[in-house]
Design a protein around this ligand. Structure first.
Ligand code: FES
Length: 136
């Protein structure tokens, strides 16, 4: 049976499930609970800046741009009522896995800014917009 938890989104934006961290991404539409893990080498996507078009996040570690659409496909199921969100944890989460919530700075929710890779000819090599992220 799936394990669920309740999060107050007015107070918390980060969820730990064992060693896995998720954050609330507000990228237009309803908030998403996405894994805080860049598919390149695990950088913190919560500290990524949105690209100018708002469709990708630029990882702070090496600049990989991760598509919000791909993150949406891999996010944890969440049903909201106001600020209360019921989250379904990954199916393979053992019953004794510690779960905690907290509030952290999430730069990914800032308004889109200038392209951090403007003028970088290698930037397109780091674009993973169409690839699946390494999240559950
Ligand atoms: S870990 Fe994100 S770009 Fe390398």
């Amino acid at each position: 049976m799936a394990r669920v938890i309740v999060i107050d989104l007015s107070r918390h934006n980060t969820l730990y499930v064992g060693h896995d961290r998720y954050f609330v991404l507000r990228a237009g539409g309803p908030p998403l609970l996405v894994r805080d893990h860049c598919p390149h080498r695990g950088g913190p996507l919560s500290l990524a800046r949105p690209t100018p078009d708002g469709r990708r996040l630029a990882c702070p570690w090496h600049g990989t741009r991760v598509g919000v659409a791909a993150l949406r496909r891999g996010c944890l199921p969440m049903v909201r009522t106001g600020d209360e969100a019921v989250v379904v944890l990954p199916e393979d989460t053992p019953d004794d896995t510690p779960v905690s919530v907290l509030h952290k700075e999430v730069l990914a929710n800032l308004p889109p800014g200038p392209d951090p890779d403007a003028g970088d000819p290698d930037a397109s090599d780091r674009d993973t917009s169409d690839r699946e992220p390494a999240c559950r």
